[in-house]
Design a protein around this ligand. Structure first.
Ligand code: NAP
Length: 246
């Protein structure tokens, strides 16, 4: 039996992209996974079926992470179904790009609501409920170190998440719970690819010395390390998983 057996992990925004790869990987490593999503019920159900077919255990859970009541209901449902929660991966996020001059209120409010408040909503529940020995892994971004134009609001939400990661790792003293963040670089998902001309994608892919885009599975490997037994001594850290871009 794997060391991850009987561990229950909630992965937010797991219907697509990096979150789906994380859910699939944690399930393959023996964890029971909760596939949270906002609207993509079809892809979430398909992923759960895929995991079950491979011998894993998965549950889907619709909840807009920006809604604290919906998040609390999701945690209630997971505790009722599995008896407890060990791992939270805060992956749900959006990215809207504009210069500070051009960014409107909708852009600012939505990124703060989902990327920052959404993660705070789930961290609050996890801080109250995670079983001893648990893990919290937040998704930041390497834009926190790159400072490219148009990424201001998005980078600000991720920098805030990194700050909270450090604070929460100290607040949970005494429970053997680690809190870390993984900060991907450009990764081949809809969030990164949509709306970008191929020339821009090619240029960004070449930025890292490893000269390719990250794949969702690259990021899932880093998260799985922090979530599993090998990551047990890593706490309050930001792991940039980006091929060396910054
Ligand atoms: P993605 O392909 O656009 O997928 C986003 C996921 O988040 C979807 O499953 C979506 O669910 C979910 N989601 C969005 N809003 C939500 C909400 N309010 N409540 C619950 N779930 C919500 O994005 P991704 O590229 O995989 O990004 C995942 C994380 O990595 C994000 O935090 C992102 O900031 C970070 N990241 C990505 C990159 C990159 O280059 N891709 C780089 C650095 C960091 P629905 O399908 O239901 O909408």
């Amino acid at each position: 039996m794997s060391e991850n057996s009987n561990k229950v992990a909630i992965v937010t925004g797991a219907s697509r992209g990096i979150g789906a790869a994380i859910a699939e990987r944690l399930a393959r490593n023996g964890m029971t996974v909760v596939i949270n999503y906002a609207g993509s019920v079809g892809p979430a159900e398909e992923l759960a079926a895929l995991i079950e077919k491979a011998g894993g255990k998965a549950l889907t859970a619709q909840a807009d992470v920006s809604d604290p009541a919906a998040v609390a209901r999701m945690f209630d449902a997971v505790e009722a179904a599995f008896g407890g929660i060990d791992v939270l991966v805060n992956n749900a996020g959006i990215m809207k790009l504009a210069t500070i001059a051009d960014g409107d209120d909708t852009l600012v409010d939505s990124e703060i609501a989902i990327n920052l408040k959404g993660s705070l909503n789930t961290m609050r529940e996890a801080a109250r409920r995670l079983r001893d020995g648990g893990r919290i892994i937040n998704l930041s971004s390497s834009v926190v170190g790159l400072y490219q134009p148009t990424y201001g609001v998005y980078a600000a939400t991720k920098a805030a998440i990194e700050a909270v990661t450090h604070v929460l790792s100290k607040e949970l003293r005494g429970r053997n719970i680690t809190v870390n963040a993984v900060a991907p670089g450009p990764t081949a998902t809809a969030l990164f690819l949509d709306g970008k001309p191929q020339a821009v994608i090619d240029q960004l892919a070449k930025l890292a010395p490893l000269e390719r885009l990250g794949q969702p599975e690259d990021i899932a490997s880093a998260v799985a390390f922090l979530a599993g037994p090998d990551g047990s001594w890593i706490n309050g850290q930001i792991l940039r998983s980006n091929g060396g871009i910054v």
